[in-house]
Design a protein around this ligand. Sequence first.
Ligand SMILES: O=C(O)CCC(=O)C(=O)O
Ligand SMILES: [Fe+2]
Length: 202
Amino acid sequence: MQQLSFFDGGLQSPKLPVELMDYRPAFFSAEESGRLISALKQNIQWNQETILMYGKLLNTPRLTAWYGDNSKTYAFSGKSYDPYPWTKELLEIKHRVDAAAGITFNSVLLNLYRNGNDSVAWHADDEPELGRNPIIASVSFGQVRRFEVRHKADKKQKYSVDLENGSLLIMKGDLQHHWEHQVPKSTKALGERINLTFRVIS
Ligand SMILES: O=C(O)CCC(=O)C(=O)O
Ligand SMILES: [Fe+2]
């Protein structure tokens, strides 16, 4: 199913380039997604991280958690994270995603977007531990949110896709090198969404 959506300027997003993004809606059924989002809300140790911006300590606009094989420490935004050990639900999701991507992921970053005011700002997942052109598998449960991608050097080149409940988005190629992505805030009253990005940390 190809998704056409409207980008900020009212332009239709062009078809996602398959060499960068492979979008699979309904990768998990509605029943599985409902069960998994409740389990993740309850069993994950959600943290409120902070970031230093212009000399002020601000709360990250979402809750996060880092899980994975032990010994896979991950550093980003000037902090380093030791993962919590895999839970039953995370392993269930990981096994499905591993099979679809043909990769054995060793860690996952979880984001809980509580409402439309939660977001993730423009960034690329280009930390050195991920290596050049990493494959990152992004699973979404709950509220549909807009995922936007733009080229770093030519910001007019952009794409967007609405990440639906139970969907899988495989990010690959040079997406983390030449492009950046965000999940913008929305002024609409939005419900909760959990996103999981499975990664291989060296
Ligand atoms: O929530 C999303 O869809 C994207 C999250 C993301 O980009 C990240 O955790 O690096
Ligand atoms: Fe990201």
